[in-house]
Design a protein around this ligand. Sequence first.
Ligand code: GLU
Length: 487
Amino acid sequence: MTRVIRVRFAPSPTGALHIGGARTALFNWLHARRTGGRFVLRIEDTDVDRSSADMVQGILDGLRWLGLDWDEGPEVGGAFGPYFQSQRADRYRAIAGQLVEAGHAYYCYCTPDEIRTKREAAERDGAAWQYDRTCLALGVAEVQEREAQGRPRAVRVRSRNRPIAFDDLVHGPITFDGSHIEDFVILRSDGHPTYHLSVVADDVAMQITHVVRGDDHISNTPKQLILYEALGHAVPQFAHVPLILGPDKKRLSKRHGATSVTAYAEQGYLPEATVNFLALLGWSPGSGDREVYTRDELVAAFDLAGISGGDAVFNVDKLDWFNQQHLWRMTPEELVDRVRPFVERAGLWDEAFLTTRRRWFVSVLELLKLRVKRLGEFVDLGRFFFEASPDYEAEAVGSRLKVEGMREHLEALDRALMALPEFDAARTEAALRAVAEERHVKAATLIHGVRVALTGRTASPGLFDVMVLLGRERTHARLLAARDLAA
Ligand code: GLU
């Protein structure tokens, strides 16, 4: 019988879902979907003070927006719950107790002060210090004495004095010198588990077969391997995914344009573009130069072996590029659905965009999409299409409309345009060029003025496309309004 592949994403809800976490979640999800396995979401909220329900919600929202649905976990349940570590404390305590029973772990009564004193003394002598096993050496009477005094006790696991090795799916064989690993605490004296205990206890209980997580956890792995061995449980396969750095090769931060996943959503990135971008941050399908993939294509191509061992570099321009690629591949119907919330939020939505003005609305989006990277920009760049009259930028008016003769040029152009038999791009352009010639003004000067007249700005999509989409009536009204602003 082949075992079902089970992977997990195990965020600590002490912050929002960021690029690194989202990519870890994505690799886990892709591996599960590729192999017909199960994707488990487990919330590692043992640090009660730093965790919050809002953060959990933000993480769930971010994953849902990306389309990374989980088969087991918060809000969906599953056979291995609960999926919040804060609800599993008794299990961790029971396991710590079993490990003590079995002789793999022991109670430690040393106080933090005693340990600090010893560590500082060793450091003064320039020596590295690790726990000196004071409490492992206690005799029965000494233990009884401490128990009788009600001394707080932590649980420490006995480490190994030999090499500890594992085969990482990304980095290959990795070996640690066990003698450098002290007998580490798995249960604190206040009854709280440490990360090593909770993560291994849950990965065992939830039958996780592959642990795909950030590189920063490599150094934790030997301690966790010691725990697997102590528990007599087979070790899952590990795949440690390299860090994501900024283009300057420094740790990724806001400075590099990296934000929470929900902030990307608000800025108008498409989930499919974000997923495509994240997937190629450190993973390669090994199929030449191709970069644009749909979600289904990523699932079909995914293989943990394609994860590179080198650090991945985050570049927000690249994310913009992916967004544009996915925007360009969208059907008009999809585009309308995606842009709508942004137009609504700006207070510019009209239900007729779905009915009588649908064709017009789609044409506007098709025109703007060539210049847009994020959905929000449809509103920024296209506002003048949706508003009754444009918001004239003072600077644009000053430089392009307050020009000698512009008033008369605009009037003449208006007359010529109103007389056209058909109001299309070729005819409106020919009319403008004829007016410019008659009036001995450069076509460019007139174009600049008309652009401000129609859009309020100095930059816009192609002027004649704009004119045609505004239509004859609105073009007329705007040319006359601008005439009154002109010199
Ligand atoms: N909760 C840990 C973190 O957010 C992840 C633990 C793991 O993947 O093993 O870093």
